[in-house]
Design a protein around this ligand. Structure first.
Ligand code: 3PG
Length: 224
């Protein structure tokens, strides 16, 4: 059963994106040096049953990679990650990203996304940041860096005062932790780079990436 998803702005279109994210339950976080790898990589993820990609702006190729995946594989639920300015939000959306992920909570970026009905998953750790996000109408948060910041126990503790929050924990998560996070109903998906390591992307080892995705989905489905 899918968790109850709520965003206070943007209505059904944004909730639909969250439902699609929750159905897959895993968000590959991608750093890519060469945009020529974007489409083969997205095909590799999809072949492994993970039609989701968070392509980060942490490399110069990120924006062009988003453009190529959006144009060739529109069925991929494509997010832009490591977005750190309003200007990058504009570029990511123009390139074809369907949602935005930020490492922290920036008021200018969050306000711009809310005003323009763009789904934003802001990185939040502290109750202070969580309340700021909720004040803006944002209730689904990236919890980053998840393992380093306190992991599942920390998220559970925050859900006591803030039952309306949902989380996409990211950072330090791997196949060993995945199941325990996803078993908690306030968590809609887990992000991470373990199924698309940068070294494999750089080396063009797309079949190996598909195999890691298949393994990740087995864990997600409780088959491992
Ligand atoms: C992110 O930006 O979301 C993280 O760098 C991904 O974390 P991981 O590489 O530890 O999975």
């Amino acid at each position: 059963m899918l968790p109850c998803l709520t965003v206070f702005y943007g209505g059904n279109a944004l909730n639909d994106l969250l439902v699609r994210l929750a159905r897959v339950g895993i968000v590959p976080v991608i750093a890519m040096e060469d945009a020529a790898q974007a489409v083969p990589l997205a095909r590799a993820l999809t072949a492994g049953d993970i039609p989701v990609a968070e392509v980060t702006f942490r490399t110069a190729a990120g924006e062009e990679a988003i453009r190529r995946i959006a144009s060739e594989l529109p069925e991929v639920l494509l997010g832009a990650g490591t977005v750190r300015s309003v200007e990058q939000v504009r570029r990511a959306i123009a390139a074809g990203a369907k949602y935005i992920v930020t490492p922290g909570l920036r008021a200018d970026v969050a306000e711009y996304c809310v005003k323009n009905d763009i789904l934003l998953l802001p990185g939040c750790v502290t109750p202070y940041e969580m309340e700021l996000a909720m004040d803006l109408g944002i209730t689904t948060l990236k919890f980053f860096p998840a393992e380093q910041a306190g992991g599942l126990d920390y998220i559970k503790a925050c859900c006591a005062p803030y039952p309306e929050l949902r989380f996409v924990p990211t950072g330090g998560i791997g196949p060993l932790h995945l199941r325990k996070y996803l078993d908690f109903p306030k968590i809609i998906a887990c992000g991470g780079s373990w199924m698309c390591p940068k070294a494999m992307i750089d080396a063009g080892e797309f079949d190996a990436i598909t195999r890691l995705c298949v393994e990740a989905m087995k864990v997600r489905n409780g088959e491992r």
